[in-house]
Design a binder for this molecule. Structure first.
Ligand code: ZN
Length: 399
């Protein structure tokens, strides 16, 4: 790049829909904003600026509209990527939408002397929901510097220090607003970290960001897998995000569509079906044994109510219907390894009220241990849906 004695902003004028909305980035990024940004990064008040059209390109900007709500600032031999919040921070999307795009451009550029910033433009809206704070902390983890947290945020935004740290905070966050989740992070046995994420609409931004943060915190010996939950259109994450994930070289990406699920169903009785686990996450939230509340993710498994082996034997169902039953989130619950085994061995089951029933011939001495470890003897309401009870009826009918 050209050596500059004076800070110089180069900014794409058009946002994605400027043509129809009539809102141009040059209206949003005022001289006051540029002055403030310039002072905060360089300490200087004197700068040049240039708003450019879509067909402009240089080594930091591609030929397109302003992807990532960004300004590029060149000063001496350093380049700053600054991405801006919306004017009003409302829904979840507005806080994340442009961030992965900005990060992708920053990350993919090989120029060494580069910095990545975030600037709050909002004068209204609540930017401090649990969800937004989670997003800001993820951004911090992947290298964003917040130029003006005050007065928008009152909380100190620390980066996450480990993958466990993210899993824990995600859980705390999910507890309050579970139904809005689209991405789940968990651990299975043997140090494998799994991300289950949707890849379309607004979900793709969150999934990308979580992948970048986890890759950043990766430690020797850990294995990280992203299971992309592909819907009907089979759309994976955007190519730019996938290429960043690939060049980070940490995360295995497994596109999970129904063809893959069919193979798993036929070969392994869906025991490792990503979609089954995703559906359980969606219904029940993070892993927690329904009978002892153990939350150690490595020990918690998805337990089928109507066993897949029995589903397969049901002649009245088509292959598609069988698969649908095998991966249905209503056909299961989270159980720790101990309780899962007891359930599979028919030492315990549930009645239609969700009460735990123990097999009558269990040795008295074992019964004491089982009684003590099974702290909760009725399933929570959340689990007991109509479909769940139907699966339970089928299970109990057979055994
Ligand atoms: Zn348990």
């Amino acid at each position: 790049m050209q050596y500059r004695n004076k800070p110089c902003f180069i900014i794409k004028k058009n946002l994605q829909k400027s043509g129809t909305t009539g809102v141009y980035f040059s209206d949003v990024i005022t001289q006051d904003v540029l002055l403030d940004v310039c002072r905060r990064i360089t300490g200087l008040s004197d700068y040049d600026f240039l708003f450019v059209d879509n067909d402009y390109e240089d080594e930091f900007l591609e030929r397109s509209y302003n992807k990532g709500r960004m300004a590029i600032m060149e000063y001496k031999d350093e380049v700053s990527y600054i991405t801006f919040s919306d004017l009003e921070i409302g829904g979840r999307n507005s806080s994340v939408q442009s961030v992965p795009t900005a990060f992708n451009m920053f990350y993919s550029n090989p120029y060494a002397k580069k910095r990545l910033y975030y600037y709050f433009l909002n004068k209204s809206g609540n930017a401090e929901t649990d969800y937004q704070i989670l997003i800001y902390r993820l951004m911090n983890t992947i290298g964003f510097t917040f130029l003006n947290t005050s007065p928008t945020l009152s909380t100190q935004l620390g980066a996450f220090v480990s993958i466990e740290d993210i899993i824990f905070n995600r859980r705390v966050n999910a507890g309050r607003n579970q139904s809005n989740n689209s991405t789940f992070i968990t651990k299975s046995g043997s140090n494998e970290i799994q991300i289950y994420g949707k890849t379309y609409g607004a979900n793709k931004y969150e999934t990308s960001l979580i992948c970048y943060a986890l890759a950043n915190l990766w430690q020797q010996g850990q294995q990280i897998t992203l299971y992309e939950m592909l819907e009907g259109n089979l759309k994976q994450l955007p190519a730019s995000s996938l290429s960043v994930i690939e060049s980070m070289g940490i995360i295995d990406v497994v596109p999970t569509d129904m063809t893959l699920e069919k193979n798993i169903f036929e070969k392994t009785n869906s025991l490792r079906s990503p979609r089954y686990l995703y559906n359980l996450f969606n219904k029940l939230g993070n892993k927690q044994c329904a009978l002892c509340k153990c939350e150690i993710p490595e020990l918690i498994q998805g337990a089928h109510i109507w066993p897949v082996a029995d589903i397969k034997k049901t002649v009245q169902l088509t292959q598609e219907e069988k698969l649908a039953c095998a991966i249905d989130g209503d056909n299961g619950l989270w159980l720790c390894e101990n309780h899962h085994k007891m359930f599979d061995e028919h030492l315990l089951t549930f009645n239609q009220n969700g009460d735990v029933l123990f097999r009558s011939d269990i040795d008295r001495r074992h019964m004491r241990f089982i009684d003590e470890t099974t702290r909760f003897k009725t399933l929570p309401e959340l689990i007991l849906t109509e479909k769940f009870l139907e699966y339970l009826w089928r299970r109990n009918k057979v055994s």
